[in-house]
Write a protein that binds this ligand. Structure first.
Ligand SMILES: Nc1ncnc2c1ncn2[C@@H]1O[C@H](COP(=O)(O)OP(=O)(O)OP(=O)(O)O)[C@@H](O)[C@H]1O
Length: 329
């Protein structure tokens, strides 16, 4: 394991930001800290970086007890949402800064920075000032700068949070490819479940200062530990006393079999290639999503009677055990 966080507690006054958090972060992987705003993700990342100190508990980085080490002794690279570049220095000098203050030989600095600029696809912008870059390019520069000093761990706090959706998506793909090339242990904070599912090897779900679940994107999506994780990772609907994903429900016009429920279509919405239907059954409204072709094949309209069946492989969790976090969402 690259980072071992054991029994970390952190309060701000009376407010409990982290409550007995223990997480093992594997070496060489891309791990997301995912959760709703205010859940404690950034606080945990800052504790790993040494920018914040835990009230109790410990942080080990590559086998070294880092709990009391200052940030500069932890060998971590850090990128924030709003990157503070040196405005008067060129992109090249921004990237080389960490190497210059470490007094590395000039030749070594030049070749290392060339390598990094190529890695983040900014070679042609080396002589520009940060103000002459787009937001996405600036974040790539920030990553190159963080990687320059060969950190053991790269910590990213919503690095693409301030960018528009399209650039954000491009950078997300790019980060995954970069990581596949560089393999530095990376921890990134996001509140965007799609970003976490798409990019990371491991996801730590954090809510109200506690870890709700740790696992691969598949583990979390297919086997959510509780209703909070299930709700947070994607759309859900209630069927009987179970939470289920709307795309795991199927509609048919035949006779109901055991486990099926019959209802009336109350609403039909088209969302791109998908159709979303609200079906009123005995227990209340159920949302079902289906393809447009399947929908057309059924010949449904508002007022039609239809049978709802859950896919036998659907992941479900009990809807009754609503946690405090899920209630608030
Ligand atoms: N320095 C501080 N002083 C007081 N309260 C703080 C401080 N830093 C964080 N908090 C509080 O701790 C809680 C957790 O904050 P944190 O930034 O870790 O959450 P987060 O999950 O990263 O959320 P976001 O995605 O909004 O940044 C929040 O309620 C926040 O207001």
């Amino acid at each position: 394991m690259s980072i071992e966080i054991s029994g970390v507690n952190k309060r701000f006054g009376d407010f409990v930001a982290l409550d007995d958090v223990s997480v093992s972060i594997p070496s060489g992987r891309l791990t997301a800290l995912l959760g709703p705003s205010g859940g404690g993700k950034s606080t945990l990342l800052r504790i790993i970086a040494g920018l914040e100190t835990a009230d109790s508990g410990s942080v080990e980085i590559e086998g070294v007890d880092a709990t009391k080490l200052p940030p500069q002794k932890r060998n971590v690279g850090f990128v924030f949402q709003h990157y503070a570049a040196f405005k008067h220095l060129s992109v090249r000098r921004n990237v080389s800064f960490g190497l210059e203050i470490r007094k590395r030989p000039k030749d070594e600095i030049r070749s290392r920075v060339d390598e990094l600029l190529a890695l983040v696809h900014l070679e042609q912008f080396a002589d520009r000032l940060p103000s002459q870059l787009s937001g996405g390019q600036r974040q790539r520069m920030a990553l190159a700068r963080a990687l320059a000093v060969q950190p053991t761990v790269l910590l990213l706090d919503e690095p693409f949070g301030a960018l528009d959706a399209k650039v954000r998506k491009e950078l997300r793909d790019w980060l995954r490819r970069l990581h596949d090339e560089v393999h530095v242990t990376t921890v990134f904070v996001t509140h965007d479940q799609e970003e976490a599912l798409e990019v990371s090897d491991e996801i730590v779900v954090i809510n109200e200062g506690r870890v709700e679940q740790i696992g691969s994107p598949d583990d979390l999506y297919d086997r959510p530990a509780n209703d909070f994780v299930m709700r947070f990772l994607g759309p859900v609907t209630t069927l009987g006393d179970q939470l289920v994903r709307p795309h795991d429900l199927h509609l048919h016009g035949g006779d109901p079999e055991p486990g099926d429920v019959t209802g009336t279509v109350t609403r039909i919405t088209r969302i791109g290639f998908e159709m979303r239907l609200e079906v009123l059954v005995d227990g209340g409204p159920v949302t079902v999503t289906t393809t447009r072709n399947a929908f057309l094949g059924l010949g449904l309209e508002v007022g039609s009677t239809v049978v709802v069946r859950a896919d036998p492989d659907a992941s479900t969790v009990g809807a009754g055990a609503v946690s405090a976090g899920a209630k608030a969402s």
